[in-house]
Design a protein around this ligand. Sequence first.
Ligand SMILES: Nc1ncnc2c1ncn2[C@@H]1O[C@H](COP(=O)(O)OP(=O)(O)OP(=O)(O)O)[C@@H](O)[C@H]1O
Ligand SMILES: [Mg+2]
Length: 452
Amino acid sequence: MTEDALKLLLVEDDPGLQKQMRWAISDYEVFVAGDRESALTLFRSEEPPVVVLDLGLPPDPNGASEGLATLEAILRHNPGAKVIIASGNEERGNAVRAIGMGAYDFYSKPVDIEKLSMIIERAWRLYKLEEENRRLTRSSSAPFAGIVTGDPEMQRICHTVEKVAGADVTVLITGESGTGKELLARALHDASPRSSGNFVAVNCAAIPENLLESEMFGYEKGAFTGATKQTIGKVEVADGGTLFLDEIGDMPLSLQAKLLRFLQDRVIERLGGRKPIPVDVRIVCATNQDLQAMMQSGEFREDLYYRLNEIHLSVPPLRDRQGDAVLLARFFLDKMNKQFNKSIRGFSDSALAALNGYNWPGNIRELENRVKKSIIMTEAKVISAEDLELPEVEGLERVPTLREMREKTERESVQRALALAQGNVSKATKLLGISRPTLYDLMKNLQITLKD
Ligand SMILES: Nc1ncnc2c1ncn2[C@@H]1O[C@H](COP(=O)(O)OP(=O)(O)OP(=O)(O)O)[C@@H](O)[C@H]1O
Ligand SMILES: [Mg+2]
């Protein structure tokens, strides 16, 4: 659809109301239908993203059955459509039901044209925003499947990963918790010629210090009490593949020395073993600690740091990635809809604003968890800020009311006329085509004073 053809479908059987409502929708290319069948025909052929729908349609003008059936069919055809429901006061229950089915909003009859125009305008904005997000998701040029981002810095990092995947350089990935360090490490492995080998992750923080060495390098039978059989260490398992040392900042100094020796010689010795075993691995490390500060305080070996840091990827926190929160939320929604066999359509504009406004201390992992929880818990078709347990923020950029627009125009016109008339009131009234008292009234209301 082109930018300027803003199509809107009005489903209303009362010709009087049709006419009245045209005022609210004069900016749009409007298609009018009076019943379900013609509405659906027009909806399919014209694909208007926004629909204003009266629930009481023939042959059931006093009930809601036809309207709700129309809504259902419209959303089945295009789940992204924004359907605005018209409801009489006594039909509040049906309007709420419609929202539960995925309608965008409702307004009460009799029609308040100003309010309806605002709702329509907001529906359009949301539709365009979602459209833009879909476009970004499609075109987000991250080179790897599974890494969702539209952020230039993240894309630069992905390209670096792609470039260095083929070389056996050691890569250090730093970033806050939950920013996707492990995901990047796996992407690096998958893009490398080692992808047919193993990707072996060792979490240095999760294994007690006294066990870490045997975990990494393995041991021979009888090497220590309890060593009842020969055990291959993680480094050896990763032979021909990638060894991912997670939380490298938590590696004890004694083991740092052994790792450094391994990096220099590329051979290991199992605990209690006698012969060195050559191992060919690519090392990738990650940490959310400040290794530089740890070097200064003597907790991390400087020589090891420079060995590990041949390529450094500094992953930005989610709050610094423009638009990624919404993009990722949509990604997780699609994924989890499938996983939990749900059909939630999307996020309310309060949710979108909240996603963008929140500062995400737990980064992508937190986002993933919030979306997951809301999908499991919610009964609605659309996820709200409340479902995500996020604080509500000022919504999408607010649409000015007609009154505000009128005031702005009046102010500009009056100021311009007064300026052109150089403060001569009767000249200004002529330019504006209004009477003297009207001009004084306007000036008083707008608090415009004559400069002397
Ligand atoms: N850009 C992304 N696109 C899609 N999913 C992502 C992205 N970044 C992270 N994830 C997902 O978010 C979760 C957290 O990522 P990951 O485990 O890689 O973070 P981390 O930086 O290693 O965290 P920690 O420091 O806590 O270990 C994972 O489920 C991962 O798949
Ligand atoms: Mg991790």
